[in-house]
Design a protein around this ligand. Sequence first.
Ligand SMILES: [Zn+2]
Length: 188
Amino acid sequence: MTILCVVAHPDDETIGCGGTLAAFAKMGHAVYVGALADGETSRDDATFRDVLDRWRRWELALRRLGARPLYPHEAWPDQRLETIPRLRVTKQIARWLAQVDPHIVLTHSPHDPNLDHRMVWEAAEPALLRCPTKVYRFGVRRMRSTFRPVPVPLPMPDMVTRHLALSEYGAECEGDLNSLEQFEKVKT
Ligand SMILES: [Zn+2]
């Protein structure tokens, strides 16, 4: 099978569902992660070097998980995805769907307090409606009470590999070590 994880920022995949992605990879499935925004430029003091460093850490984390990176055609600025016409983001996600033809897609939830994360779902939904893939939405950090995770038929998360991948992002992600991987089922 082929698994595609679509996220806003390079680290969301590891925090939100890294153990599940690692478990899929260990079972021999092809796992891809596409990230849309740079994850750094919302900080006033962020430099070009910080942006490059974040993408580099992302690649190292994905290598730990056994996943392959899909870069966006244009990397959008952090925490400003709502300023990009939604159709452009939808088209980017549609390109990834056409490129890897996934059986399962994992992505953000509309019940996420982070606006970029919600924008990813808004942009992904029209692209996903047109393809026969199964879709699960995951939580990242603290979710709104409207996020209602359910048991889903996904492999048991490999939390050890997830810890190793999280360590590539440094101290920033230490608080995420014990968060659980939780999913909403959207379409099967
Ligand atoms: Zn994020």
